[in-house]
Structures are given as C-alpha cells and as structure tokens.
Design a protein. Sequence first.
Length: 277
Amino acid sequence: MKDAKGHPLAKLSGTLVLVGAGKMGGALLDGWLARKLNPRKLVVIEPQPGKSIKALVRRGIKLNPKTPPGKVAAVVIALKPQVAPEAVPALASLIGRNTVVISIMAGRTLAFLEQALPGAAIVRAMPNTPAAIGRGITVAVGNARVGATGRKLATALLAAAGKVDWAADERLMDAVTAVSGSGPAYVFLLAEALAHAGIAAGLPAELAEKLARETIAGSGELLHRSELAAAVLRQNVTSPGGTTAAALEVLMAADGLDSLLTRAVAAATRRGKELAG
C-alpha cells in the first residue's frame, strides 16, 4: 500500500457517502480510514448501525444526517440486493454531475442501476469476503459515463478491500461471482473436507482440524507471496511415486477436483444469471 498520507483518498475532493455499513460496507469503511480519508468527508447511511459505526461519529463521520451532504464525490451502495428496488432510487438526490456511484450489491446489473439512477456514472463491483482483512479481490465494470477520473476514484475506493481488476464486459460478472465471490466458500469447504479425511485416516478430530486449517491458510499465504504459478507450487510438493503423488492421482482423475470445480462454477454462474433476471 502507498504511504497513507500520499494515498488518493487522503486528497478526496467532496463527500463520500456509504449506503449500508454491514460486513462488506464496514470493511471498506475501515480501509478508507486506514488510508487517511478525512472522517469529516464521510457520510454513512445505515438504519441499524452497530456500536463500531456509532463510535466513529466521535471521529467526525456523519451518521444518518438529516441535512443532505454538499458536493458528493462518490456514493458506495453496500445494501442487500433485495432492498435495492426501494432504496436505490431514493439516492438520486445525492448524485451530481461528477458523482461516481459504486454498487457492490450482488446480482444488481448496470441496467437496473441506470434505471434507478438515470444519467449517473455507475460502477458495478464484486468483492469477496477476504475484504474483511484487506485481502479480497474485487472485479469492477463501469457504464459508458465512467471516465478515467471516475475509474481512478473507484479503484482507490475498492482497493481498501484488497486488489482490484476491471472487466471489459458486464456479462463476465456472473462468472466472476462464481469464481471469486463464491470462491472463499469452496476453500472453506476444502478445509472441512481435509479435516474429515484426516479423521477418517485415524487422526484425533482436534488435530485433524488444526492441520487442515493451518495447511490451507499457510498454502494460501505461500501462493500469495510466490511469483510461481499454482501448478509449479503443486509440482514442487510432489515427489514421483510418493505420498502426494498417490493422493493427486485420485484428485486429478477425469472425475476429480478439476471436473468437480468446473461443474460447481458453471452451476454458480447459471444461478447468477437467473437471479439477475
């Protein structure tokens, strides 16, 4: 991360409005403050704020203000998608000519957002749950009104949750959701399954769960830090004719993990398209 004082958010011109301060919205908020965004430039709209959000008022954040903010640089919508039809149109009064709207609502398309907020520069983004520790990955796509300046601001705001990439085509977002949005659940399931397999092999449950948890976490960190491809890291662990090779012969069979994950991601992608209508 850049030196916080030199971060683009430290020089934000205008107000940043966060609509919805649940887990994902709260994670972004923490990241913005860590990057030295002036709390007095922050407005949070949250009908049921938790203690941590209420405590930020003492630092200068405006919580559910009765008077509208002045010039709004960006509005970040972190609401549950099911409340969007009622809640999003009500935000139209916050949108100025240069305001960027960023939605992290799953399944809510640019077309939906453009209908609710006509004329707005809109970014649709899909973060994932490691955003809670600043290690997420977010993919974003903008409508035609998002220029270079808006894209730069959106990137700076979303980077508070981790890495940011941009998609050229919104139709990719269902597959993005299936891979990275839902992906943490697949990894957690792998940890569960590895622990169950250890127990089946005779390990005490507590030891099996600890080994699985630390192995998944450590391997993920190694993958994060290494410049080597995942396939190379896998090969580095595998001695010909050894125990790892015996296990991989099962996992890499035609009906093994690769095939299973391909079907799983395809199912998640189809479901995403169904939910988006």
